[in-house]
Design a protein around this ligand. Sequence first.
Ligand SMILES: Nc1nc2c(ncn2[C@@H]2O[C@H](COP(=O)(O)OP(=O)(O)OP(=O)(O)O)[C@@H](O)[C@H]2O)c(=O)[nH]1
Length: 452
Amino acid sequence: MKEYQAIFEQAPVALAEIDTNGQIQQVNARLAEMLGREAAELIGKTLGELTRSDATDGLEERVQEIISGKRQSWTGRYLLHRLNNSPHWVEISATRLTYGRNQIHANASESKESQSGNQLTGAVVSFQKLDATPEEQLDLEDNLRRLVTILDSTPDIVAMNTPEGETLYLNASGKRYFDIHDDQSQLSLEGQNRQCDPDGSQSPREQLQVAPPLAQAYPDWALKKITGQALPTALRDGYWQGETAIRDQQNNETPVSQVLIAHYNESGRLSHISTILRDVTEQKRLEKALAYEATTDHLTGIFNRQRFDTELDQAISRHNRYGNEIGLIMFDIDHFKVLNDTYGHDAGDRVLIELTVRVTENLRDPDVLARWGGEEFVIILPETDATGTQSLAERLRLDVAEHPFTGVGHITISLGATQIFDNDTPNSALKRVDNALYKAKRSGRNMVIYYP
Ligand SMILES: Nc1nc2c(ncn2[C@@H]2O[C@H](COP(=O)(O)OP(=O)(O)OP(=O)(O)O)[C@@H](O)[C@H]2O)c(=O)[nH]1
């Protein structure tokens, strides 16, 4: 019995002993390691639970046939379900197991067993990892070469490193970006930044190293994101994707969309980390251009009505939450139609541009000037009380009236002004300031009407 236990434990193959109900009674350390689990976790499980659910065909039935003596021996190929890793093909063999007179008998036949009075205990099942045949190995190498060719053709940077920060692979784009020449082989990168424990065991996760040359290429904020957010997420979920940036040899920063993948070996330990970096400079430029198009008035370069709506929403929220004083002004050029008719549409355009420049010069940084449409403009004045709003409106009126415009001479504007009040909506505030402007027009133009 003792000898059996010693052989079971020390056998050079992965073994499980199962009882007549098909439940695992014990496993040896090799099997636990192969599955990436603790031995104790596996007790009471069935063989079906160790293999991939879509590939357990007939496994438990065959083993039952061995236990009941219907079959002498049996071997089959199954996909083993390993924790934190891809399934692996194994060859599973089962041998009948009986116990009698203080001795274990493997593969005892039914007749001998009844004569000797042995008691049936189940089966011993061995798991043999299937290694590739020489032909399969050649196929694998071929596939690997093809994959490397593909990786070297992509404009993305692809790198793979160990958890200790040793770079194992950097594709052609990566070498170009970091100015690594062919004579500087990848091996030259290996060994740098090595943090492996002396006994070769895995470094604790908190000691994970970002590998060169990437480690030196990340700007500070990106390195913080990688170590603080990306790596912990990839270790937990196997995968992280987000935006970071890298710097080339000339210190130019390139925004990248980055993927980090954590690879685990068959015993569930972190073995590699790979990363893919895609240059998103052009995408960022387009996003910026689109955002500019969507929020800017083409003629004057100031915010358009859409952007003004967003700004007004936010201003009203600020007022409702913090009680901030916010002023609102709407103004319109007087008799602009006459000006257009007299000097032409282009001259009218130039007046609109000059007017925005003049008004902007009278505003503070946080003030928001937008073209509401045609020759009508709106201004949001954060942190401005009623007196401030009225005096700014008056200053604008005077500034426009007193200084002639290029090519057309003097013009005037009419202004409506108000404050954002409690319970205001964007509509109610705009209606009030529009009514004030309307009144200024009806009352003779070139004036400010304030609606409290
Ligand atoms: N040049 C130019 N004219 C514009 C533009 N947008 C609107 N207009 C003109 O502005 C004029 C506005 O005319 P109205 O609404 O009658 O106003 P007004 O002539 O200024 O009269 P009051 O506002 O009552 O003083 C129209 O002739 C529009 O064609 C623009 O982008 N460029």
